[in-house]
Design a protein around this ligand. Structure first.
Ligand SMILES: Nc1ncnc2c1ncn2[C@@H]1O[C@H](COP(=O)(O)OP(=O)(O)OP(=O)(O)O)[C@@H](O)[C@H]1O
Ligand SMILES: [Mg+2]
Length: 322
């Protein structure tokens, strides 16, 4: 069983947002594997709302009308779903269920792809739409115009009609920056950063797993509070009783960056050395250099405070050793 390290502050902030009438599109952002999806699942099970959670890593819509809808299944499947839902006491759906004919009409352009959704949402209990991994829509075939239309619809649901909360989750902050500008969302959105877990919780967790304090502190000094790195370290500790995996984790990152550096120049090297020491302001960096570091999963860009960081604490450690 995986332990969930409490995210009290984030859950408190989110439940405050959900308790007020919907008034903006919320962007939940943070580096890869920082625990955003896990936090959304936790939120979904805690709130007294109907939650519709879209995971665009699992679902790859190619047309606008497919993004938020799922065709209503046949009778026996509906019965099965009803009992499954009762058993799991689940309030989480993976799309707004519509009759297949309606979806077909949307596809043929005979029906506004959003109008029936508004009606559907009005019938739900304090609905919350969570769109996880939204950057994948870019790759699944949704074009920029459709994406802007979708975002405008989300603004309609929140700021204009106050019908549903909407949460957009992503680690691709250049994408956030792009869509916020393109869809004119500056005045209609809020941002929440989900980063690493706090030190005291981590040290407690590691010691509960059986590590002594010295080992626990060593783990924190190398990987910080990144849930995924901690999870890997714990799995190895469980099977070997040691934390040797930290060396290989850092070495692997070093060799990857060394290899990347072979095909670039001195400015890339200077930039990553800067990142190994501290955050870098976005005004100091050429956009191409920033894109190179983001695409290669070396850096994370926070569009809210305009700062660039090493993508993880273990990456920062690795860059420092180059
Ligand atoms: N609060 C937590 N306590 C314990 N483990 C956690 C916690 N949050 C996340 N994890 C673990 O960390 C890993 C990464 O979490 P998750 O997939 O939620 O990150 P993410 O930010 O959604 O990543 P991505 O940007 O790649 O989508 C998972 O294995 C998950 O089980
Ligand atoms: Mg995720």
């Amino acid at each position: 069983m995986l332990k969930f390290i409490n995210r009290e502050a984030e859950l408190w902030q989110l439940s405050n947002i959900l308790n007020a009438p919907p008034n903006f599109v919320l962007f939940v952002y943070g580096p890869k594997s920082s625990g955003k999806s896990t936090l959304m699942m936790k939120l979904a099970t805690q709130v007294k709302s109907d939650v519709i959670l879209y995971d665009f890593r699992a679902k790859s819509p190619t047309e606008l009308h497919e993004i938020l809808t799922v065709p209503r299944p046949g009778f026996s499947e509906r019965v099965r779903q009803y009992f499954r839902k009762k058993l799991r006491r689940s309030n989480v759906e993976d799309g707004i269920v519509l009759h297949p004919n309606k979806i077909k009409m949307m596809a043929e352009g005979k029906l506004d792809p959003f109008a029936p959704l508004v009606n559907k949402l009005k019938g739900l209990k304090r609905p919350v739409l969570i769109l996880d991994e939204i950057q994948n829509l870019k790759y699944s075939g949704i074009d920029t115009k459709d994406l802007a239309q979708l975002l405008n619809f989300l603004v309609t649901l929140t700021k204009r009609l106050h019908i549903a909360h909407t949460i957009i989750v992503t680690s691709d902050c250049l994408f956030i920056d792009e869509i916020v500008k393109k869809a004119g969302l500056e005045e209609a959105s809020e941002f929440m950063y989900v980063g690493d877990l706090p030190k005291t919780n981590i040290l407690e967790w590691l010691q509960e797993e059986g590590m002594n304090e010295v080992k626990a502190k060593k783990v924190f000094s190398v990987v910080g509070g990144r849930p995924f790195d901690l999870w890997i370290t714990i799995q190895h500790f469980r099977s070997t009783g040691g934390i040797g995996v930290l060396d290989s984790l850092v070495k692997r990152k070093m060799s990857r960056v060394k290899y990347l550096l072979k095909s670039v120049g001195a400015k890339e090297f200077r930039f990553i050395k800067k990142l190994s020491r501290d955050a870098v302001s976005v005004d100091e960096i050429h956009p191409k250099l920033l894109k190179w570091a983001i695409d290669n999963e070396i850096a994370f860009f926070d569009p809210v405070n305009g700062e660039i960081y090493a993508i993880s604490h273990s990456m920062k450690t690795a860059l420092g050793l180059l």
